[in-house]
Design a protein around this ligand. Structure first.
Ligand code: C2E
Ligand code: CA
Ligand code: CA
Length: 421
């Protein structure tokens, strides 16, 4: 981090988080040991491209580059210089490899700018950069845009009408069959003033107003259309949508959703969070059974994040249990989580349910889950959530590879689709 004493008051402090976008593919070529040295090479290349900058590795695929600048525009200029410096391949033990970068940057004015805000700003920028597939920069000196959820909810009906709301799809892959088994639809908002807004910033507020009904019915309609399109292309897989718990007790919503589903023939699933069901169990169970009777597949989402027992959840007409990503992302670094995951898988199987692990980010986690008997995996390792056209391409590629060589699914995909957003 920048040294406070050396910080000049009028200058901006700049932090760039620089991530290797094609790290997964590179690691397959380089092997684990050499992939670990990539960050060191990257630091040399990046600090060489930016005068008076300092770099350090944050992980095998992520480095931080820091410097001072006179104006905010310097952040973008610096990122462009880094991208340009990667036009030449990196020389790793005599082999040349092209490295693709994703940059999230933040800048704050003078030493009063709290370090934590700078780091948080850069992290948020990197997260947006991944989602938008372009470099993103945030001026933390300007203060946060301060998203007011209630204001957003006010705008939601207009946003739906104006086409600002859109869906991304993330595959769930069956481990033993090496096939894409289904997909999850995730809602996003391309806001004209605020940029990309993720559901974490507006779903909760939408749940406290009628907006969630309109949003979910819109999503259902759009997902049915996309599922039919995929089916016509030869991929008749179920597509799951997230249903807020409040809607399970809303008779008008249940009637409207059943009507839409009855009118059109599509394979649709609902993901229900375990805590949602508990609020009004009898009513929720009744409605879920109605959905199940008309062919909707039911999955229990975020299992482990709440307090319910599997025996209780067995009363629901669910055939799939999704282990919360909190347990999965720490699977290979914690002593406790593998035990929880293992016993959840065994219990779910005893109750005749299939288990999906979400948040699978590393080959190590995938391998461990396979050994534990996990049925399906979902996560950035396989694919980030992507829009329908990219999802269709992903399915084309996955089925080609399976037909060609029956190799382990996630390691044989082309660079083009590897963990792109
Ligand atoms: P969720 O249902 O648990 O969805 C999974 C979240 O994990 C998604 O975040 C997804 O992008 C993210 N994710 C996927 N793979 C990985 C991974 O490998 N690592 C990590 N760290 N994260 C991963 P997202 O899209 O921001 O959605 C957040 C939550 O918003 C969802 O959590 C869901 O509860 C809610 N949501 C999304 N779309 C809708 C919707 O249409 N209706 C309702 N009611 N809720 C929705
Ligand atoms: Ca979900
Ligand atoms: Ca989940």
């Amino acid at each position: 981090m920048l040294d406070r004493e050396t910080c000049t008051v009028d200058l901006l402090r700049v932090l760039l988080l620089v991530e290797v976008a094609n790290f997964g593919a590179l690691r397959r070529y380089l092997g684990l040991a050499r992939a670990l040295t990539l960050a060191e090479e990257l630091i040399l290349r990046c600090t060489g491209a930016l005068a008076n900058s300092r770099g350090r590795a944050l992980s095998d695929r992520l480095i931080a580059v820091e410097f001072e600048a006179a104006e905010f525009a310097a952040v973008q200029t610096a990122a462009e210089a880094l991208q340009a410096s990667m036009a030449e391949p990196l020389d790793l033990d005599g082999e040349h490899h092209l490295v693709r970068l994703r940059v999230g940057g933040a800048a704050g004015r003078n030493c009063d700018c709290e370090e934590v805000r700078l780091v948080e700003g850069a992290e948020k920028a990197l997260s947006d950069a991944r989602a938008q597939a372009r470099d993103v920069f945030r001026d933390v000196a300007q203060g946060e845009p301060g998203i007011d959820p209630l204001e957003l909810i006010h705008e939601l009906p207009r946003a739906i009408r104006d086409g600002e709301i859109f869906l991304q799809y993330q595959p769930k892959v069956h481990v033993r069959r090496q096939q894409v088994a289904s997909a999850e639809a995730l809602v996003r908002w391309r806001h004209p003033a605020r940029g990309l807004v993720l559901p974490g910033e507006f779903i909760e507020a939408a749940e406290q107003s009628q907006a969630i009904v309109e949003l979910t019915l819109w999503t259902l309609d759009r997902v049915i259309r996309d599922q039919r399109m995929l089916a016509e292309a030869g991929y008749d897989i179920p597509v799951f949508i997230n249903i807020s718990g409040v809607l399970l007790a809303d008779v008008a919503f249940v009637e409207a959703a059943c009507r839409i589903l009855a009118e059109r023939d599509a394979k649709i699933g609902f993901e229900i969070t375990e805590t949602a069901v508990i609020r009004d169990p009898q009513c929720a169970i009744r409605h879920l059974q109605r959905f199940a009777e008309i062919g909707v597949e039911i999955a229990i989402d975020d299992y482990g994040a709440g307090l319910s027992s599997l025996a209780y959840l067995k009363q629901l007409p669910a055939r799939e249990l999704k282990i919360d990503k909190l347990f999965v992302t720490q699977l290979t670094s914690s002593n406790r989580d593998p035990l929880i995951v293992r016993s959840t898988i065994d219990l779910a199987h005893a109750l005749d349910m299939e288990v999906t692990a979400e948040g699978v980010e590393t080959p190590a986690a995938m391998a461990l889950l396979g050994v534990m008997g996990c049925d399906m995996i979902q996560g950035y390792l396989i694919s980030r959530p992507v829009e329908i056209d990219a999802f269709r391409l992903f399915l084309d590629e996955a089925s080609h590879l399976k037909a060609l060589n029956n190799q382990p699914f996630s390691f044989r995909r082309s660079d083009r689709l590897w963990k792109t957003g």
